[in-house]
Design a protein around this ligand. Sequence first.
Ligand SMILES: [Fe+2]
Length: 224
Amino acid sequence: MTKRAKISRRAFGRNVGLTAAGLALLKPHYLFAAGVTPKQVEGPFYPDSDLGDTDLDLTLIQGHTDSAKGEHIFVHGQVRDSEGNPLGNATVDIWQANDAGKYRHADDPNPAPLDPNFQGWGIVQTDAEGYYRFKTIKPGAYSLEFLGGGGWRARHIHYKVSHAEHQPLTTQLYFPGDPLIEQDLEIVKAPEADRWMLMSILEEQHQSGLDIYRFDVVLAANEA
Ligand SMILES: [Fe+2]
């Protein structure tokens, strides 16, 4: 869990489709970030039922024998303060659409099917070094047509991160190489210079063959 991402700035820029000018703004956020992770909208689908299971493995609901449909992945990272100090015992709360782009929420009008074996919601505490991890699926993209809008949301995972001495943050994780990012109407609400902090980093594959994405989160201190 303490392994650092090894990726060059150029390769990272390729992953996220940044121009040379954009690359100049990149900082290796797994080493140190001067700014805090940008906020993103919570959206209307924060889970309304927990299925009795919000553990770190979203691919398997307690008591089920079948696992979730879709590409299983690991997501992990470190929660830090703006000076780079790890924040242990922070709460990391994630929720996301299933493989078909559907949320388990009574108000999601998307006609795509629910996956009875996808947990869709997980809550963990960071360890003493600020690290957290989840096993989940790569979320499906979804059309905004059913929500009265146009276009598509890029694949994303919603995050709420909180820690006793820091301001809570609601944000979203995005995936490198997702062609829908270019037209996503939420990621562009983050300041351009900080947008790279919303992009997960594809790391070396796990020994199980699953992809691992890293997503670090930097929280602002409570105001005095
Ligand atoms: Fe969403």
